[in-house]
Design a binder for this molecule. Structure first.
Ligand code: ATP
Ligand code: MG
Length: 1003
């Protein structure tokens, strides 16, 4: 904060001085200058000391720091004032102006440029193209105006030789929409003559040094400025750049216009070198070369040019027109006046041209809202030269006017505010320079009036006569003096000097040339010459050349009156805006960044009225704030107001804060604002506030974090509640759906097998699997219950077969009745069944088995590996290999010795019964007549498996392989492969390398 900037840099606001006197003021100013703090506030006024070196305080970062901030939030800076002016304009739709004052070289123009750059940087955040181009032109216009209106003087290498007031227009958004430049009194005498060591306007040197060879030769110029009378003074100072040309292009000057501008500059330089020769009475121009060049450059005829230079046309009373030759002096005077007028009109034209580019176009207040303005005034500073002439007189008068405005506004504002707020106002003594303003501008009595009168008087009124009049009329004025009134003062000459005691110091003016400069005569012939130019740009600058010589024109206003009027208009314009001030101080006359010339600065501080400014600011009240804002800022420093007060009005709450801190004697209560007399009180509050803020921040963070966490927690709970309800809803609706779909399965033929299960919610996945299983079991139970006990054996066997074959065989006889004992079945074996019945009876009585598990005819290998037909009988005790006729037993092994079965996954009927003795049975089941072509493997496998499971409680391993069978014969491993063979009647085994091949007939 500005108030809290370290004390080692001095006080950032002069109101904070312990005592307001010149010593302390200067001490602080010097300390800050030496510490590189070139800006200091007096309330809202910025005092700026020219650092004469590049400061690292203007970049983007600084702009961001000041953007939108209050004055007291940052160290003093031009940006702070620019922002305050911009904010006031934007927030309150007020026109504002920034008045930059100070003497030549104090840094006004630089300040105005920084202010413009700041405004350009903070506006148009949306980068709208039309606004960007307005900003660009506004910024670039500086460059052009500096090239044509600035010159090197002994005080400032880049001294503005004209006054500039620039209005920047803003739309309701706060973006620049255009602008307007007013220029004041260009110091045109500089065109033809400069003080020793000074230079002409930059534009001449920029053209001569920066122009291309082609360009110069077209303009009939040589590169050396010393070659021209008008530019030879100071020609040795090297300048660089020709930047104004680019800037002109950016602004929108056409190349014809730029070329006309250079032609005019060249014309002026060539005019300066014209010399006149006397031939008796007649004055002549020797050497027609230059004249023809001038004619060429101005688009005129050489003869008319020389005529205008040598003669003057006068209208006699009788309406006749005669030509009168000049004497040499008149000719030189006419030439110089012409050169000055050319430049002055060129400059005015350039300003006008820039204005046409930047003027606000298509603005409709109804559509675009109020159009507000920020004015920036950068006008030549107060000047005291060794020889002060008419120009200095005007410039110093202008500064008097501005000082008057400053006094009026600053006091008036304060006064008005105290009055408005009902506060008793104490008058502060200050020097009111109105008296000097009056000395200059008062009607009939003022210096300007006396000058004008002298100019109007017919006959020869000389400067000296005019001075006499002044002596008579103003002799008594306390701010006017001359040698006549002060005969002992040798610094003034009789009949030559007069002195005005300006607010900023005494200035002795030399009356010589005053009348001429005031009259500012220019022979009509030149105006006509220029008006008739073939160059349209040039013609446009001389509209008054249109008048014919015989036309009686009103006497034009004098230069001083014109200037006075323009300055009065300027002051009126400024007075109706909210003003912001930048007061520039020049620390020394040698452009040194380290030298602080105490006497020079003291003088400036005095004449700028800065001490009075501080006193006014302090004697009144250094700070004022509306109650609500004050409360907002300091309410945390008082228990009654934090966090919110319960009093009737904000004013009472503010009183509570003030009383708590014991500042009662230091404040006054206005109608809407609190006024604090000393900044110290405010500091105490600020410091307390600064100490409390971190605590408050922590407190707020704590509360807010708590609030956030509670919010989050509530949200989570709500989420879980919603999720719970939704889950319950899903579960319930799943149950209802299952119930609905399965309600009638009991009466359905398939007991609900075809009913589709609804998709369960994830939470019910396990439950769903169990229910499905339950349903399957229930369904199985229902089905099994319906099977008659007689069928049970077959069902069991089929179930066993299904489990054992695991779906790997395509056909396993599932769909037909399993007869088991096929050999005894007369339908299957009509010829042999009776034989078998007999044989089996014997076997039963002999081996005591209780049932035949399977019987059928088979093909198998005999001892010699030949394929033979046999009968296969499997009882619950044994396996028999029988001879196929009488069914005598060939071989018998106990069923217990069977360790497993192997079948193929094909449709063939081969099966290997593995035995514990590794002497396996390899049989090919033959089908009888009952069910030819049907599978009996499934039946054999199922029956045996079921028997083993049921009777012995041990599962019988069954191997289903797709690549033939593996088995042992007489303890040796063998492989049985299966092939089909065409032409074969019945299946047949063949010996192969690894065992056997079962050959099957191909059907
Ligand atoms: N803020 C600054 N930072 C660096 N240099 C500065 C600054 N202000 C001024 N200067 C230097 O001082 C010189 C003179 O400043 P400037 O031209 O602004 O003076 P001025 O008050 O406009 O004078 P005049 O009345 O003659 O036009 C500049 O050319 C520059 O070298
Ligand atoms: Mg300047």
């Amino acid at each position: 904060m500005a108030e809290l900037e370290g004390l080692e840099f001095g006080k950032s606001d002069f109101v904070l001085l312990d005592e307001v006197n010149m010593e302390q003021f200067m001490e602080n100013l010097q300390l800050r200058f030496e510490k590189g703090r070139i800006y200091t506030f007096i309330g809202e006024v910025v005092v700026s000391v020219n650092p004469y070196k590049q400061m690292d305080i203007y970049g983007k970062v600084a702009i961001e720091a000041y953007r939108g901030r209050e004055l007291y939030e940052n160290p003093p800076h031009l940006y702070a004032v620019a922002d305050a002016a911009y904010k006031a304009m934007k927030r309150r739709a007020k026109d504002t102006c920034i008045v930059i004052s100070g003497e030549s070289g104090a840094g006004k123009t630089e300040a105005s440029k920084y202010i413009m750059q700041y405004i350009a940087a903070i506006t148009n955040p949306n980068q709208r193209e039309e606004v960007e181009s307005v900003k660009n032109v506004l910024l670039k216009s500086n460059c052009v105006l500096e090239a044509f209106g600035n010159a090197k003087t002994n005080r400032n290498d880049n001294s503005s030789r004209f006054g500039k007031y620039m209005d920047i227009n803003f739309n309701f958004n706060g973006d620049p929409t255009g602008g307007h430049i007013n220029n004041y009194l260009l110091e045109k005498s500089r065109v033809v003559q400069q003080h020793a060591g000074e230079r002409n306007f930059h534009s001449f040197y920029q053209l001569l040094r920066g122009g291309t060879d082609d360009m110069l030769s077209n303009l009939h110029l040589q590169r050396n400025p010393e070659a021209y009378v008008y530019s030879k003074e100071g020609a040795s100072v090297i300048t660089v750049g020709h930047a104004e040309e680019d800037a002109m292009k950016v602004i929108g000057f056409t190349s014809e216009e730029i070329s006309s501008i250079y032609k005019i500059i060249a014309t002026i330089l060539l005019l300066g070198n014209l010399e006149f020769e006397c031939d008796g009475e007649i004055v002549q121009l020797p050497g027609a070369g230059s004249v023809s060049h001038v004619a060429e450059l101005t688009g005129t005829e050489p003869e008319t040019v020389s005529k205008a230079l040598l003669y003057r046309t006068v209208a006699t009373g009788g309406g006749e027109v005669i030509e009168k030759g000049h004497n040499k002096l008149e000719a030189c005077f006419g030439r110089d006046a012409f050169a000055k007028a050319l430049y002055e009109r060129l400059f005015a034209w350039i300003v006008g041209r820039i204005n046409t580019v930047i003027e606000v176009k298509n603005y409709n207040p109804a559509l675009h809202g109020k159009n507000t303005v920020i004015g920036v005034l950068d006008i030549y500073g107060f000047e005291i030269f060794d020889n002060n002439s008419f120009e200095q007189f005007c410039i110093n008068y202008c500064n008097e006017k501005l000082q008057q405005l400053f006094i009026e506004l600053i006091l008036q504002q304060e006064q008005e505010e105290y009055h408005r707020e009902g506060i008793t106002w104490q008058h502060i003594e200050y020097f009111n320079n109105q008296i000097i303003v009056d000395l200059v501008e008062q009607l009939h009595k003022g210096i300007i009036s006396i000058l004008d009168e002298a100019c109007l008087t017919v006959g020869k009124v000389t400067d000296t006569v005019c001075l006499e009049t002044m002596n008579t009329k103003l002799g008594q004025h306390p701010h006017f003096t001359s040698r006549k009134h002060c005969p002992t003062d040798k610094t003034m000459d009789f009949q030559r000097h007069f002195r005005i005691r300006h607010y900023a110091g005494d200035v002795t003016y030399s009356i010589e040339g005053f009348l001429d400069k005031n009259k500012d005569p220019l022979f009509q012939d030149f105006k006509r010459l220029m008006y008739n130019s073939a160059d349209p740009v040039l013609k446009e600058m001389w509209p008054d050349g249109q008048l014919s010589i015989t036309e009686v024109t009103k006497r034009p206003l004098t230069a001083a009156t014109l200037f006075k009027n323009s300055i009065i208009a300027l002051v009126e314009n400024l007075a109706c805006k909210e003003p912001y001030y930048v007061r520039c101080i020049k620390p020394n006359d040698v452009k040194s960044p380290v030298l602080f010339d105490d006497a020079r600065c003291r003088h400036q501080v005095a004449y700028l009225g800065l001490l009075e400014n501080v006193r006014v600011r302090r004697a009144g009240f250094a700070y004022r704030q509306p109650y609500a804002r004050f409360l907002q800022r300091y309410k945390m420093t008082c228990e009654y107001t934090w966090p919110n007060h319960l009093m009737d009005t904000d004013r009472e709450a503010v009183e509570a804060i003030v009383t708590q801190h014991g500042f009662e004697g230091d404040v006054a209560y206005g109608h809407t604002k609190l006024f604090v007399r000393t900044p110290r009180s405010l500091f105490t509050l600020e410091q307390e506030r600064a100490a409390l803020i971190p605590i408050l921040v922590l407190f707020l963070q704590k509360v807010w974090r708590g609030a956030l966490a509670r919010m989050r927690c509530r949200r989570m709970r709500a989420i879980y509640a919603i999720m719970g309800c939704y889950k319950r809803y899903k579960v319930k609706s799943h149950f209802f759906e299952v119930e609905r779909r399965f309600a009638s399965v009991r009466s359905m033929a398939d007991y609900g097998k075809s009913v589709e299960w609804p998709t369960p919610p994830a939470a019910l996945a396990q439950f769903h699997a169990i229910t499905q299983q339950l349903h399957r079991r229930w369904r199985a139970r229902r089905i099994i219950k319906n099977i008659p006990p007689s069928d049970m054996l077959e069902v069991r066997a089929k179930v066993a077969a299904m489990e054992a074959l695991r779906g790997e065989r395509p056909d396993w006889g599932f769909g037909r009745a399993w007869e088991r004992d096929y050999l005894a079945n007369p339908k299957d074996c009509p010829q042999s069944s009776s034989n078998f019945m007999r044989a089996s009876k014997d076997l039963k009585s002999k081996d005591q088995y209780s049932q035949i598990l399977f019987s059928g005819s088979v093909r198998m290998l005999n001892w010699f590996n030949n394929t033979k037909d046999r009968g296969l009988v499997i009882t619950d005790k044994h396996i028999y290999k029988l001879e196929p006729k009488k069914y005598k037993v060939h071989k018998k092994i106990p069923l217990d010795s069977v360790t497993g079965l192997s079948v193929t996954s094909d449709t063939d009927q081969v099966v290997a019964l593995h035995t514990a003795t590794q002497d396996d049975f390899l049989v090919y089941l033959q089908r009888g007549e009952l069910c030819p072509n049907q599978d009996r493997i499934g039946e054999l496998v199922g029956t045996l498996c079921d028997h083993f499971k049921r009777a012995r409680n041990t599962p019988l391993p069954v191997k289903v392989s797709s690549m033939g069978l593996s088995l042992h014969m007489s303890g040796k491993p063998k492989t049985v492969t299966i092939e089909t063979k065409a032409g074969l009647v019945s299946a047949d085994f063949r010996k192969s390398r690894a065992g056997f091949t079962l050959l099957l007939p191909s059907h």
